[in-house]
Design a protein. Structure first.
Length: 211
C-alpha cells in the first residue's frame, strides 16, 4: 500500500510539475510549453520527486493532502522566483489557503485540534524571524520571502518543534552553499540579487522528510 501511495504521488507530482510551468507563465511572461523537452522534463521530475518524498514521509496521514497541495503551489512559486525574483502575492495566498484548509481538515479527522495551535505558532515564529532578518541593514531578504516563510511555518509547526527548527535553519544553509558555489564558479558577484524562495521551499521539504 505504501509503495502504491508513493507511486501515485510521484505520478501526481509529475503532472503538478508540468502545471507549475504553465501557471508560472502568468508572472514570468516566458513560454511554458508542456511538450517533451528539457524544461518540461525537469519540471515533471522535480514534481515527482517532491510528491513521492512527501508520500513516503507521511504515508496515509490525513495531513498528506495539505502538504501535497502546498507543494503544488510551491513548485510554481519556485519557477517564478528563479525566473524573475518574485513571489507573487496571489500564489503565496493560494499556498496559505490550501495548507490552512488542509490542516484544519486533518485536525478534524484526527480529533487533534490542538495541533492547529502548533501550526499557528510555527507560522508566527517563521514570520517574526524572517521579518527581523529583512529589516536588518543591508538585508536582501524581501517581504515576499517573509510571507512565504510564514506560510511554510504552518505545516512545519504542525509536525513539531524539531521539523520547525530544521525548516528555519536549512533554507539559509542551502542558500549559503549555493551562493558560495556560484561565486566560486564566477557566475555571480557579491552584489548579485538571488532568489531565496526555492531554498525556503526545499528546506521545508527536507525538514518534513528528516525523521
Amino acid at each position: 500500500m505504501s509503495g502504491g501511495l508513493v507511486a501515485c504521488a510521484a505520478l501526481l507530482g509529475g503532472v503538478a510539475g508540468l502545471a507549475a510551468l504553465r501557471v508560472a507563465r502568468r508572472w514570468t511572461g516566458r513560454p511554458a510549453s508542456t511538450r517533451p523537452g528539457p524544461r518540461a522534463a525537469s519540471g515533471a521530475v522535480v514534481g515527482a520527486v517532491v510528491f513521492a518524498g512527501l508520500a513516503a514521509a507521511l504515508g496515509g496521514d490525513p495531513v498528506l493532502p495539505a502538504f501535497l497541495g502546498l507543494a503544488a503551489v510551491g513548485l510554481a512559486l519556485a519557477v517564478v522566483d528563479l525566473a524573475c525574483l518574485r513571489l507573487p502575492d496571489p500564489l503565496v495566498g493560494a499556498a496559505a489557503l490550501v495548507v490552512a484548509v488542509g490542516l484544519t481538515g486533518a485536525a478534524l479527522l484526527t480529533g487533534a485540534p490542538e495541533r492547529l495551535l502548533g501550526a499557528v505558532a510555527g507560522a508566527a515564529l517563521c514570520f517574526a524571524g524572517h521579518a527581523l532578518l529583512a529589516l536588518l541593514p543591508g538585508s536582501r531578504l524581501g517581504f515576499g520571502d517573509v510571507k512565504l516563510a510564514a506560510v511554510l511555518g504552518l505545516p512545519l509547526g504542525w509536525l513539531g518543534w524539531s521539523p520547525l527548527a530544521l525548516g528555519l535553519l536549512l533554507p539559509h544553509l542551502l542558500n549559503g552553499v549555493v551562493v558560495l558555489a556560484l561565486l566560486a564558479a564566477g557566475r555571480v558577484r557579491r552584489d548579485t540579487p538571488l532568489p531565496l524562495g526555492p531554498a525556503l521551499l526545499t528546506g521545508a521539504w527536507l525538514a518534513t522528510l528528516i525523521p
